[in-house]
Design a protein around this ligand. Structure first.
Ligand code: ACM
Length: 514
């Protein structure tokens, strides 16, 4: 095998004379592919001119493309502009690894003769980054999006609010970031359920994105055919918001922004004023993010405070609701209606099904395989993201030398062998929009630690959601070895492959032949 493409395309036919890209090579495009051509020229440092031609072929699938390299040059035809873009991602992977890191003064790159026909398996090919537990700079977020796009992933789920930090500027509620974006300190080491003997680092931590920065991120992503799906997590995971505006809570108590990990008991009250507050938040969110789907969280919301609150109990009676589960469903449902009134649609973690969810709501199924099956069976569109296979905060090996993590064990092979489409959903497969990995960052305090946990497992997930026919794992690992040179060129601090999996099966344990 000579081509180290990740994710692997539908059809690859190698042979015939190839093409040499030099400083004289240019990029031309039909109007509908013009923006992609501008980006490719920037990326490779090429001019407008002959050599690489980008166009549209409406007979190809949406997001699909055909790429041919002959002695005459490179032709990429896409079913649409996104397809052209994916063709250019494959072209980048046909070049020497260093080419992904930006223009060189005198390009002199040999391309093999090849014909590739390709299209994605799923429409939702995503990655989630939690910037609530540990804030990451705008520059890091742009780099993360670049890395998604290099792997033909097309959704960046931006988890923007948490107990430990509110990260999005909301102009009408300045305390959300003035107060909610900062915590005094952070717990040290692995946190246990009983929070016994916790030690703190004494170091303030925080940060947030201004609306100007968010607009820049959204536009940057759009150029790379990545949709940014914002998440405002509610009514749980809201301690930072309550610290900023105590009237959002149930007790009136002045809380601090969270400094330890776990599920906070401090959740939103679901009164009319809180609903109005969050409609205001969402109005600004919708102005910033064009994504049709907007994530309202809904996960891990303890009912303790609502059970103890006369106000919450009166609300349940007044609305004629069965219990606290129905109360949460009612609250999220009203915000879902608000999104719908503005032409958008809500997506939430699978707990939104507990008190009954609007059938229009899409569900992000995280609590195992069955959660996804039940959501789809109940008629919802579903994004599969089971903790068991694609939670990249889980350790990559059962090895004491791995960095501190939340626990678990999700090696590369397990991610690669995940199938988002269970056999039980064969008759309603179109409800499975796709899948995504999630990077929760309690135990990832630095940019390097995020990259270590994300890569190369994100490469495996990319092939899971893109490749129509996924090659065997050993084939993936052999290609990945070449692909990692691209990540090296980009300076990605990924976890190196295990010696046992970094070689092909013939040399991974058998006798060493002379
Ligand atoms: C989640 O992992 N709490 C969605």
């Amino acid at each position: 095998m000579t081509l180290t493409l990740v994710p692997w395309p539908s059809q690859v036919t190698e042979g015939g004379p190839g093409f040499q890209i030099t400083a004289g090579t240019g990029v031309t495009a039909e109007a509908a592919a013009g923006e992609v051509a501008v980006l490719l020229r920037e990326e490779l440092g090429l001019a407008d001119g002959d050599g690489i031609h980008l166009g549209i072929d409406p007979s190809l699938s949406p997001e699909g493309y055909r790429l041919t390299v002959t002695a005459d040059g490179v032709t990429i035809a896409g079913g649409d502009a996104a397809g052209v873009f994916y063709g250019t991602r494959t072209l980048l992977q046909l070049l020497p690894a260093a080419a992904v890191a930006g223009p060189v003064a005198e390009p002199d790159w040999s391309l093999p003769g090849v014909a590739i026909l390709d299209r994605p398996r799923f429409g939702w090919r995503g990655g989630m980054l939690d910037v609530g537990r540990h804030f990451r700079s705008k520059e890091f977020v742009l780099r993360f999006i670049d890395l998604l796009a290099l792997h033909k992933l097309n959704v960046f789920h931006w988890h923007l609010t948490e107990d430990q930090g509110w990260r999005i500027e909301i102009e009408r509620y300045p305390r959300l970031t003035r107060v909610g974006a900062w915590r005094d300190q952070t717990v040290v080491g692995r946190v246990t359920d009983d929070h016994a003997d916790e030690q703190y680092d004494g170091v303030p931590h925080g940060g947030f994105y201004t609306q100007t920065e968010i607009r820049e991120v959204v536009a940057y992503a759009a150029r790379r055919f990545v949709t940014v799906v914002p998440e405002i997590d509610l009514p749980g995971h809201s301690q930072a918001a309550i610290a900023a505006y105590p009237e959002l809570g149930n007790t009136g108590q002045q809380l601090a922004v969270g400094t330890t990990w776990g599920v906070s008991e401090h959740v939103l009250n679901v009164g009319q004023s809180t609903l109005d507050f969050y409609k205001g938040v969402l109005d600004e969110v919708l102005d910033l993010f064009p994504s049709r789907l907007v994530h309202l969280g809904g996960d891990e919301c303890p009912r303790t405070e609502w059970r103890a609150s006369q106000r919450a109990q009166a609300r349940i009676r007044e609305l004629g609701l069965a219990d606290e589960d129905a109360l949460q469903a009612w609250f999220i449902g009203r915000l879902g209606d608000h999104l719908a009134s503005r032409g958008r649609r809500m997506i939430g973690w699978d707990e939104i099904l507990e008190g009954g969810a609007d059938p229009r709501a899409a569900v992000m199924a995280w609590r195992g395989r069955q959660a996804g099956i039940e959501a789809a069976r109940a008629g919802h569109d579903v994004v599969m993201t089971p903790w068991s296979h694609v939670y990249l905060d889980y350790a990559q090996a059962e090895d004491a030398s791995e960095p501190l993590s939340i626990g678990g064990h999700t090696p590369l092979r397990k991610v690669y062998e995940y199938d988002p489409l269970p056999a039980e959903l064969a008759d309603c497969a179109d409800r499975v929009l796709g899948a995504q990995f999630n990077v929760w960052t309690e135990y990832m305090p630095t940019a390097a630690s995020v990259e270590y946990m994300t890569f190369p497992r994100a490469c495996a997930l990319a092939e899971v959601v893109w490749s129509i026919e996924r090659p065997p794992y050993d084939d993936f690992v052999a290609r990945l070895r070449g692909h990692l040179q691209r990540l090296d060129a980009l300076g990605v601090r990924y976890r190196p492959l295990d010696p046992a999996t970094s070689t092909t099966s013939s040399s991974s344990g058998g006798p060493i032949r002379p």
